[in-house]
Design a protein around this ligand. Structure first.
Ligand SMILES: Nc1ncnc2c1ncn2[C@@H]1O[C@H](COP(=O)(O)OP(=O)(O)OP(=O)(O)O)[C@@H](O)[C@H]1O
Ligand SMILES: [Mg+2]
Length: 269
């Protein structure tokens, strides 16, 4: 394990500082789910590259494969077939322990269903991950408070998830992922339960992380107005990329905003 850390994680940190670098490369990624006799082809051959510092929106109708793709990119799940490298490291074939180490130290993930620990307060939910990464208690507490403050929950540090609204739980999940300042942040619909104002607040936090600290962000969203925060949009349909578009800079006018989504769910076939 120490060998792995020295060889890959350390090299990786050095390499990652270089600009204009391809950080993620996927080739012909496939993920099939088998339930009984039925096989669902959730990803059916997805290929693309992501450069360091990109802020990407993954879009597409419900069931198009967004979460499946993000879970594989976030090293939570493995593809049925296909290649996936981060900084030229083949992360698909890494032994379990090394994959977990890589995920914990290098990647951040906001889950679509929050995945918070019910018995712990908001700050403990954020703090515990920081501790697991080997930071001191003092540093972890400061980091947790700072991250929760950024998403507007500075006054609800001691609340357990059951005593928070859906949107507040979602923001705790965002705080937990950003607190560790990961090299790559994956966020699965981080604004799904938030009103427009709070969504803007969370998107601004992500934009700052991206602009100021060059963090690479891959965010799943259904909302077309969210694309004004990102530099590229990848759209999926039936497990395939049907659009991959770079956007020229960010739209500065925040007022031309939201209300309705034309991307909302389609019925599953
Ligand atoms: N664990 C699973 N077992 C079987 N089928 C699954 C599983 N997870 C996802 N699927 C199927 O794979 C397809 C892609 O699902 P996925 O969750 O990636 O879609 P999504 O684009 O994230 O949808 P949504 O916008 O509703 O979150 C769907 O048809 C879904 O029913
Ligand atoms: Mg999903």
């Amino acid at each position: 394990m120490e060998g792995f850390k020295t060889k890959y994680v350390k090299d990786d940190l050095g390499a990652i500082m270089k600009q204009e670098k391809t950080i993620i490369k996927i080739r012909n990624l496939q993920r099939y789910y088998k339930t009984g006799q039925v096989t669902v082809k959730a990803l059916n051959g997805v290929s693309f590259e992501i450069k360091k510092g990109e802020f990407i929106a993954i879009m597409g109708a419900s069931g198009s494969g967004k979460t499946t793709l993000l879970r594989i990119l976030g090293l939570i799940d493995k593809p049925t077939k296909g290649e996936y490298t981060i900084n030229n490291l083949n992360v698909v074939d890494l032994p379990e322990e090394e994959r977990n180490c890589y995920r914990l130290t290098q990647l951040g993930y906001v889950f679509q269903d929050y995945a918070l620990i019910n018995e712990m307060s908001a700050s403990e939910n954020v703090y515990i991950l920081s501790l697991m990464e080997g930071r001191s208690k003092k540093e972890s507490l400061i980091t947790a408070k700072e991250a929760l403050g950024k998403v507007g929950l500075g006054d609800k540090l001691d609340r357990i998830p059951d005593h928070l609204s859906g949107g507040e739980k979602q923001r705790v999940a965002v705080a937990r992922a950003i607190a560790k300042k990961p090299k790559i942040l994956f966020a699965d619909e981080p604004c799904a339960n938030l009103d427009t104002r709070t969504s803007e607040q969370v998107l601004e936090v992500l934009k700052t992380l991206n602009k100021k600290f060059g963090q690479t962000i891959v965010m799943v969203t259904h909302e077309p107005w969210h694309t004004k925060y990102v530099s590229r949009v990848i759209e999926l349909n039936d497990g395939l990329v049907i659009k991959d578009k770079k956007l020229r800079g960010l739209i500065k006018d925040k007022k031309s905003a939201p209300k309705k989504s034309s991307f909302r769910k389609r019925s599953k076939t």
